[in-house]
Design a protein around this ligand. Structure first.
Ligand code: HEC
Length: 211
């Protein structure tokens, strides 16, 4: 969406206004300064959009941001920080080194990282240790629709990240990874597409703690 706005700024405002200026010059008329100001304004908008757009394009690889319960808020904060960082470089290019802006952006990023850090104590590990069959059933229902040699989840033709979780051996070998993405954090299942419950995460946590 932001990319579309940027492209629209270029095609519908910046380029047409540029042509108006050129035509006015050709006709020997005095160009309207508003054309230039408008073009410049949209250019500045685009300039502030760059870092947020780059983040949005790469965000696929950061499920801990959009897999979070407050994903929209995290996105807004990251975009504001991106624009702030851009503001620092804009001032720097005009000769001002307002280092505090960069410090505020870095502080904000650190604060956000702390706020969304994985909580290792979020799953309860007290209670009876589940059987491996129970664990395998949870993985089969919640993970294997994507993480299989032949995924059943629409849109998947091979196991994401090359990770299949179908056989007991595959599940045991990936135990540490499973803990990181499904117990310590809720990065997986991706977007919770398979609707994993907290009780199931707790069951996995008890199995993992008993190994
Ligand atoms: C809807 C599909 C889907 C489901 C369901 C799913 N995953 Fe994933 N998983 C993905 C995708 C896509 C990636 C690759 C993400 C990326 O490129 O950053 C991935 C990556 C991973 C990775 C690798 C992370 C890394 O750092 O390389 C692990 C481990 C993982 N998933 C575990 C699980 C577990 C455990 C479950 C079940 C609790 C699960 N996944 C459910 C789609 C899914």
């Amino acid at each position: 969406m932001l990319g579309t706005i940027m492209a629209a700024n270029v095609f519908f405002v910046i380029i047409p206004n540029h042509w108006k200026l050129v035509r006015a010059k050709e006709a020997g008329e005095e160009p309207d300064p508003a054309w230039n100001a408008q073009g410049k304004q949209r250019s500045v908008h685009n300039n502030y959009f760059t870092l947020p757009v780059v983040f949005a394009m790469l965000s696929n690889h950061f499920p801990f941001t959009y897999g979070h319960d407050h994903a929209w808020l995290i996105l807004v904060v990251l975009m504001a920080l991106g624009a702030l960082t851009r503001h620092y470089f804009n001032l720097r290019h005009s000769g001002r080194n307002a280092w505090w802006i960069l410090a505020v952006a870095a502080g904000g990023l650190l604060g956000l990282a702390i706020a969304i850090r994985p909580q290792s104590s979020s799953s309860s590990v007290s209670g009876p240790v589940p059987s491996f069959a129970t664990v395998q059933a949870i993985i089969a229902n919640r993970c294997a629709p994507c993480h299989a040699l032949h995924p059943t989840q629409p849109g998947y033709s091979s196991p994401p990240s090359g990770l299949a979780l179908e056989t007991p051996e595959e599940i045991r070998a990936a135990a540490a990874l499973i803990k990181t993405v499904a117990v310590d954090s809720e990065a997986m299942p991706l977007g919770n597409a398979t609707r994993m419950t907290q009780a199931e995460r707790d069951t996995l946590a008890r199995w993992l703690a008993s190994r």
